[in-house]
Design a protein around this ligand. Structure first.
Ligand SMILES: Nc1ncnc2c1ncn2[C@@H]1O[C@H](COP(=O)(O)OP(=O)(O)OP(=O)(O)O)[C@@H](O)[C@H]1O
Ligand SMILES: [Mg+2]
Length: 248
């Protein structure tokens, strides 16, 4: 109390006459301090949130080319693109409320990864954990757990993939999936669906070919909840993407 009064007096004695002090009495000083404290704790909170988002983004598997992908920069030239864009937007809006698996199927370069990354980026900003991984990377991570001296088991890895809020498996159908791969995909989707966690699949295959490749058990689980099947059947956009952007 005494110290505060002393402090105010000292400030008043050194402050140039043309400057209006922020406080002239103890009550004002207290209010000023509280305001400052609130602002600095708010800025710490914002900084912590940004650090958390950055870390989640780094772990998300979203590649550099897709880091800036959003709903806003997905261009619409026809009704097919309009449909996939509006469905993807609706998907994130309802994400909290329901289990909703999705399959984006269609031709190369049509924006399946663009919209998957837009979904991922949006959800990360809203505090969700997501992972986008190609089936090849997923299998190689699982195969690494077989190596000697690796105390991270296949089970650990499958459990890890079942923790994220949204898992997107990319490039299904690029090569013929083995029976072992099918069992792993089945286990992952089954475990995630059981805990009401959504999974997405990106593929160039159409329904019949995916059905043939993955089998009824997997596709049936993908249909759980309010599932979404989107077809991307138009020409590739890749020719419009600048070479500079593709080099990143
Ligand atoms: N409608 C669009 N508006 C803006 N950019 C787009 C659009 N469609 C695709 N792109 C861009 O084109 C490039 C190729 O798209 P993307 O990688 O999403 O295709 P894909 O459907 O996943 O292809 P693939 O089946 O070969 O993996 C990306 O840089 C993406 O951002
Ligand atoms: Mg792709």
């Amino acid at each position: 109390m005494k110290n505060n009064i002393k402090l105010i007096k000292r400030i008043q004695s050194i402050i140039p006459s043309h400057i209006k002090p922020k406080f002239t009495n103890e009550k004002d000083l207290l209010t000023w301090n509280q305001k400052k404290g609130f602002l600095s704790s708010r800025s710490i909170l914002i900084r912590n949130k940004a650090i958390k988002i950055q870390k989640t983004l780094e772990k998300s598997g979203i590649k550099e080319l897709y880091l800036n992908c959003s709903f806003e920069n997905y261009k619409v030239f026809h009704s097919g693109q309009e449909k996939v864009l509006s469905s993807a937007k609706k998907y994130v809006k309802n994400f909290n409320n329901e289990l909703s698996n999705f399959i984006f199927s269609g031709k190369p370069g049509t924006g399946k990864n663009h919209l998957a990354a837009a979904i991922g980026n949006y959800l990360i900003l809203h505090g969700k954990k997501i992972l986008i991984i190609t089936i090849a990377d997923l299998m190689s991570k699982i195969k690494k757990t077989f190596q000697k001296n690796n105390n991270f088991t296949e089970e650990h890895f499958i459990n890890k993939t079942s923790k994220v809020d949204l898992l997107i498996i990319d490039e299904i159908g690029i090569q013929k999936e083995s029976n072992y791969e099918k069992i792993i995909i089945h286990q992952i989707i089954d475990r995630r669906s059981a805990s009401k966690k959504s999974t997405g699949i990106l593929s160039n295959l159409n329904y019949n070919s995916l059905y043939k490749l993955l089998g009824e058990r997997i596709l049936d689980r993908m249909k759980l909840g309010k599932s979404l099947w989107l077809n991307f059947n138009w020409n590739s956009y890749r020719a419009n993407v600048s070479a500079k952007k593709l080099q990143v």
